[in-house]
Design a protein around this ligand. Sequence first.
Ligand SMILES: Cc1cc2nc3c(=O)[nH]c(=O)nc-3n(C[C@H](O)[C@H](O)[C@H](O)COP(=O)(O)O)c2cc1C
Length: 187
Amino acid sequence: MYMHILHRKICKGKGYVIMDVLEAINTRRSIRKFTGELISDDELKAILKAGFQAPSAHNLEPRDYVVIKDREIIERITEFHPYSKMLPEAGCGIVVCGDREKQPQMGFLVADCSASIQNMLLAAHGLGLGAVWCGIYAVENLVKSMSELLNLPEKIIPIGLVVVGKKAADKEPKDRYDENKIHYNTW
Ligand SMILES: Cc1cc2nc3c(=O)[nH]c(=O)nc-3n(C[C@H](O)[C@H](O)[C@H](O)COP(=O)(O)O)c2cc1C
């Protein structure tokens, strides 16, 4: 409770939008239209920190992050990634990478990175920013092109790209809750 109040105060001082966690989860949408204005260093750090805070199998935290703001690298990504056209306008991308030496079980590695990505999407939304998850793994040519472009070591697998920026417009929340998909005790 105390930490929550403290956090609220710090964030207020930095002009952050404060959102209850369930409100953030229920209103987050993929944002693909941006104003062109870059997010601040404080915002970027808060988003990265949220990524680090995610759970991981055996608490191995087998994750690294490549922050991309360089215009040329951004353009190169849009040349091989067919669903990343929003990246130049957002101006910032974070490639979440899994370390195969720390976590050789690929299923866990993907889960660990995905949990981190989702935390970052929610953090961005909570800060009033827009973000979208662009998939990389397990599309072979995307993994290969991204690894080459970013000069990733052999053991490092790019799992997903978080595109983040100042959103141009809000998107309506979607309610996906479906009682028919919930099974109690047995199917
Ligand atoms: C693994 C994964 C890969 C995705 N890849 C892309 C992508 O390459 N480009 C994109 O614009 N959106 C991508 N998305 C976002 C989805 O299209 C989006 O989450 C979905 O349409 C639901 O919409 P919402 O996020 O607004 O709720 C991806 C989402 C996931 C989970």
